[in-house]
Design a protein. Structure first.
Length: 310
């Protein structure tokens, strides 16, 4: 595994992180037993992944807590999140964090995020909830404060653009992938400037793992005039990426594309399939995609900011 520094946190993190949410939730949504999900998390850790991301709403914190037993806590970076939908009160945060710590069987969380924040809720959360996060940080229950966007309804990052006006956020979770690269200018340019740690979600999701969904997305983008049909083969939109010296397959291309983007630190990989996590580790450790392929991807999708790839 390769490692990098997570922005101004100074944390040493693996460039591939284990995501315990998404459609799979480490297999808990796809038929895995708890023991099978724990085994996948343990395999990731034994392979050198030291970054694990979960959340109260995922209901996988207890699995993470069981998986990390036997590993030195100080070598791991654990990220979890407080849901922000509904009317969130400071007392709710206190109860949730204590519950998360119990589930994770740890005394502290390395990164505690406000989860899935939307623009209309941001100012309230900043004024009413951030102060309690600062108190919890001072108490040593959390080390760094993060915020994650709700990428499906906010694919052009309006909330994160607002959040970047404040200097409280140590870490941001950003939606970014081959199809929607809009964060490059609107978000990543500024996180680089502010030295904010960046976690990438939605690197693959449905559109880059299922050909039918990819073609649906391409048709949608053409209809919205965010993609020029003359610049793409609609029958095999991203087929040009798989060639000798290029990507092994589209999923491989997706991880390598995100990994090579300046300003990204941890690329999250969520799966309940052991073979998938093995393949994703292999992908993240391969070289960047050929420069010609990267240039073509950036050109084709240069105007896209309306889809998440889900």
């Amino acid at each position: 595994m390769e490692y990098t520094t997570l922005g101004r946190t100074g944390l040493n993190v693996s460039i591939l992180g284990l995501g315990c949410g998404g459609p799979s939730r480490i297999g808990q949504n796809t038929g895995n037993t708890e023991e099978q999900s724990i085994a996948i998390a343990k395999y990731a850790l034994k392979s050198g992944i030291n970054f694990i991301d979960t959340a109260e709403v995922y209901r996988t914190e207890n699995i993470v807590g069981k998986a990390i037993k036997g590993f030195k806590r100080e070598t791991l970076v654990i990220s979890t999140k407080k849901s922000t939908w509904g009317t969130l009160k400071p007392k709710d945060v206190l109860k949730s964090l204590d519950r998360s710590l119990k589930n994770l069987d740890t005394d502290y969380v390395d990164i505690y995020h406000l989860h899935g924040v939307i623009l209309q809720d941001y100012d309230y959360l900043f004024s009413e909830i951030v102060p309690i996060l600062l108190e919890l940080r001072d108490q040593g229950k959390i080390r760094y404060i993060g915020i994650t966007e709700r990428f499906n309804p906010d694919p052009n990052h309006s909330m994160l653009e607002r959040a970047l006006q404040d200097d409280i956020w140590d870490v941001m979770m950003v939606g970014f992938n081959i199809l929607n690269q809009s964060a490059r200018q609107s978000i990543l340019a500024k996180t680089i400037e502010k030295n904010i740690g960046v976690l990438i979600m939605f690197a693959v999701r449905l559109a880059l793992s299922r050909p039918k969904r990819l073609k649906e997305c391409i048709d949608e983008l053409i209809e919205k005039k965010q993609l020029n049909p003359n610049e793409i083969d609609r029958s095999d939109p991203l087929g040009f990426l798989t060639h000798e010296g290029g990507a092994v397959n589209l999923v491989d291309a997706a991880y390598r594309f995100c990994r090579s983007e300046p300003g990204t630190h941890v690329i999250l990989s969520g799966t309940g399939n052991l073979d998938h996590i093995k393949a994703n580790i292999e992908s993240i450790l391969r070289p960047s995609l050929p420069e010609n392929d990267l240039t073509k991807l950036k050109s084709i999708f240069r105007n896209v900011d309306s889809i998440s790839g889900q």
